[in-house]
Design a protein around this ligand. Structure first.
Ligand SMILES: [Zn+2]
Length: 95
């Protein structure tokens, strides 16, 4: 069995001083939920500028992997965006 550690072809590391760099497991910066991190961040369904951060250009609600919100706050975001749509603060769709 060949030793995979000696495989120079797959050992194309970015020379940033990180010895444990593995291209298969790229370092993912753990996103912190904005509402957990910032306790005085109040989600307001009437605040379009705030809610625009949680929808894409089509008006769709971004998934948790994009917003970085925790499960509890993602539910709050969803609710706030849906409320905002019904009162015409946010569009249901664009283009
Ligand atoms: Zn949270």
């Amino acid at each position: 069995m060949a030793d995979k550690k000696g495989n120079s072809k797959n050992n194309r590391r970015r020379n940033n001083g990180d010895e444990d760099y593995n291209p298969k497991f790229r370092k993912i910066r753990k996103k912190v939920c904005v509402m957990c991190a910032n306790k005085d961040f109040v989600l307001d369904y009437k605040n379009a500028d705030q809610l625009k951060k949680f929808v894409n250009e089509k008006g769709k609600i971004l998934p948790r992997r994009a917003t970085g919100a925790c499960a509890k706050h993602q539910r709050d975001i969803t609710l706030a965006v849906k409320r905002a749509r019904t009162i015409a603060v946010l569009p249901f769709t664009q283009n």
